[in-house]
Design a protein around this ligand. Structure first.
Ligand code: 8YV
Length: 328
């Protein structure tokens, strides 16, 4: 008998077929998110769950007593309560590597958009303003090339950002991370810096931290106070890593020049969020990894993790906090 699994969001047909070779699966194939009471019923008898979001905590795990593995189609796994999963012996997997380049591309999209005011000027052209105003200086922005980029959180994605910055834009790269990155230092001239010095020296600050207890509101008023008045802040990680009220204040008080944001504390972003009213803030709907190829690769990688987890093999991408479960 094949192990039973549940897939809680639509995935590409090819990936579904791959899972079907090894598992007896059910899938939530609707565009709207699965209601929690339906999810609770669906997971009651399964050994594996493939998911995109939704808390995997103690209360959830109690509804899924057979569960062996939860495979999230994302690199971030802030939805996992890893202590509760460890206690219940449930493996958690994510999708690193396959999205690194795509997210790094978007970070540069945000950097360029905010520095050169691309979305704002795009609107301006389309509204027929070009030619109405004499001063071309009103459209000036700031340079990206040969400036200083500070990366807070130098993981796999951070290193791809550093590569683009150093080799493509000839930027000076500073980084902070829990460990030194000799390869980035050697190849891209990235310099390790403490966070305060990095904030004070960077023209662009990119936060690329995972969300967990230590990183919640990691960037707040104190940090924005250290940034240069002409600097631009980029967040393509998780909204809750930043104290959004402090960001709004920093922008209102011109402590920083602008921001590029793919993520928000509340998503979808609330329409009365003051950030949406600011021309110097570029906003995106959490699309860091959202290309056809990368989302396919993420779904496939998550499927491989799921299948391995329910067929007695070691999934390739068990999250760091739960690696102990496979090392027994
Ligand atoms: C989304 C992401 O969470 O991988 C991540 O951590 O932030 C994104 O790719 C993804 O939309 C979830 O499927």
């Amino acid at each position: 008998m094949k192990p039973k699994v549940f897939i809680s969001a639509p995935i590409p047909k090819e990936v579904e077929d791959y899972i079907g070779q090894y598992c007896d699966y059910r899938i939530w194939n609707k565009k709207e998110a699965i209601p929690s009471e339906i999810l609770a019923k669906e997971v009651a008898d399964v050994e594996g769950l493939m998911t995109k979001k939704g808390a995997i905590d103690k209360a959830f795990l109690e509804k899924a007593p057979q569960l062996k593995v939860v495979s999230t189609i994302s690199v971030g796994y802030d939805s996992f309560d890893t202590d509760a999963m460890k206690e219940k012996n449930v493996l958690g997997t994510h999708t690193p590597f396959v999205l690194d380049e795509t997210v790094a591309d978007l970070v540069f999209g945000l950097i360029l958009s905010a520095a050169r005011r691309l979305p704002e000027l795009d609107r301006w052209v389309k509204e027929g303003q070009w030619g109405k105003e004499k001063s071309s200086e009103r459209n000036f922005g700031v340079d990206v090339h040969h400036t200083t980029l500070g990366i807070i959180g130098m993981g796999r994605i951070g290193e791809k950002i550093a590569r683009r910055a150093a080799l493509g834009f000839e930027m000076n790269v500073l980084y902070n991370s829990h460990s030194r990155k000799p390869e980035a230092e050697e190849k891209y001239g990235a310099q390790y810096s403490d966070v305060d010095a990095l904030l004070g020296a960077s023209d662009f600050v990119v936060v690329m931290l995972p969300l967990n207890q230590e990183t919640h509101h990691y960037i707040g008023e104190e940090q924005f106070n250290l940034m240069k008045p002409d600097s631009i802040f980029i967040n393509c990680a998780r909204g809750q890593v930043v104290d959004e009220k402090a960001l709004v204040q920093a922008l209102q008080q011109k402590k920083i020049r602008g921001a590029g944001l793919d993520v928000f504390e509340v998503e979808p972003v609330e329409q009365d969020n003051p950030l949406l009213k600011m021309d110097n803030v570029v906003t995106l709907p959490h699309i860091g990894s959202a290309t056809h190829d990368t989302r396919f690769d993420m779904a496939m990688r998550a499927a491989e993790n799921l299948v391995a987890g329910v067929t007695g093999k070691v999934p390739p991408d068990v999250v760091r906090e739960l690696k102990g479960l496979i090392e027994r």
